[in-house]
Ligand binder design. Sequence first.
Ligand SMILES: [Zn+2]
Length: 577
Amino acid sequence: MVFDYSALPREFKRHYLPQDIDFEWGDLNRVFEELNGRSLGSERALEKWLLDEAELDAYLYEQRAIRYFNSTRQTDNPEYARAYEEYTEFLEPRIKLAGFKLLKRYVSSPFRGQLSERVYALEDRRRQTAASIFREQNVDLEKEDSALSQQYYRMTGGMTVSFRGQEMTLQQMSKFYEVPDRAVREEAWRLASQRALADREALDSIYSKMVALRDKAARSAGFDNYRDYIFVKKERFDYTPDDCVEFHKAVEEAIVPLRRGIDRTRAERMGVDVLRPWDMEVDPAGREPLRPFDRVPDLVSGAAKVMTKVDAELSSYFERMVELQLLDLDSRRGKAPGGYQEELAEVRLPLIFMNAVGKDDDVRTLLHECGHSFHTFLMRKAMLPFFNSGANMPNEFSEVASMSMEVITGEHYEGVFYDRESARRSNWKEAVDNVKLFTWVATIDAFQHWVYTHPLHTKEERTNAWEATFNRFCGLESYEGLEASRAYRWQRQLHLFEVPFYYIEYGIALTGALGVWSRYRQDPKDAIEAYKSALSLGCARPLPELFEAAGVEWGFGPAALRRVAGELREAVKEYGQ
Ligand SMILES: [Zn+2]
């Protein structure tokens, strides 16, 4: 499957970059040199320089996205792997060093303070922060880190098992956790779990190497540990590590009891004394799994119908994606696991990647990624190029864009993917999944806080820390006799490897998205207008203001968690399965 990027419409003309630029160092270096050598003798010159640099950034971001997209679509295609590797190993380090030179020029410009306070203040803060923690020697460490990520991807993307005469990816196996026959679920679960465990030592050493590299990078930038460094690097201007620790506690108090209550009801309805890990996805009333669609084209046409009920403008964006073939949705061998949206920053169009196998989750995933895509489309309205780039967008808010769509669209599944009863089941499951998501976010985030504030830990200590964290937030399923699966469960969470400390964002964003949803249930039109206007800002405002524009309160402490626990409890009851 080859995707022709050159066929995409180019609605945003270049004003600065050569039309025939190639993504190779000679051409890129010429542009960097020009920018670096240019005289910046006035506020005007500095502003023009910033806009030209943004054009270069968009080009670089798009070219990286294309290579990433290709390499995850076909992890077994050596050409794509080579192209992405060439980027991470050869080009990216050079781009970072050259970019830093530009950053230094910006920071030392006397005209910096004269750029409009309202427009440039946030961008100025971002640049100042980036310049203060940049260390040349870290570029090589990040390169090694990136190579290890690629190894992780290849290893997990290639994991398959043979089940009932068919070779299946672990992701494909997950659909068997929903079948009513408990023996089948158990067999499937054990098989997948054994397969994942077969590589546990290799994955363990990849992770240890990553932790060491990251710790070293943090120290060379003058931080005590990687956690403190990444908070600055990720430009978390509006919250601290302590706020995250508060969040973990708030989840423990407000959400964990709700989760365990749901599990108790599940056990009663299933008529079992002890829940096992393979009992957690099945319908507790013993009904066949929800099958919202058979083939990927049905998923696409269903999603299109749902979107027309939500909003005409958003719906037109989805139609556009279909028309331009920006969706790669089916699960295939060799395809990396998971789902994501990537932004092609120059053409300002989104790409969606996922592994659909015909489950209820697939509908939610597609509509989640659609929310990110709407962000990409709506950001076209942002006033300056730095504010419409996904590269600068804080995930705490970009996940509000996606998660809101994931929840809101559930109001319209009846008559499209489902009959009335099944639509209720789907919404019940979504509410329960969101309860679990809060606990999982707390688990993954608290684990990372431990890992990076104890960088000299042994593998055994790490396993113990994982178990303690897992037990703090888990449901009621018993892992008796399956201790190894529990002990290494974290290895299947790709964020830990690929994008460290990217997880709390889901918790923060989910509190926002549930706020948008509760507003939508009262006044759909009003909620969607606020949603769209907030997304149109891109990242031109700090997080609390973006939340406010979307019509929801900023915050993820005890009060916010009590509010969402109440909303989720009500939804679980309302759709009562
Ligand atoms: Zn997302």
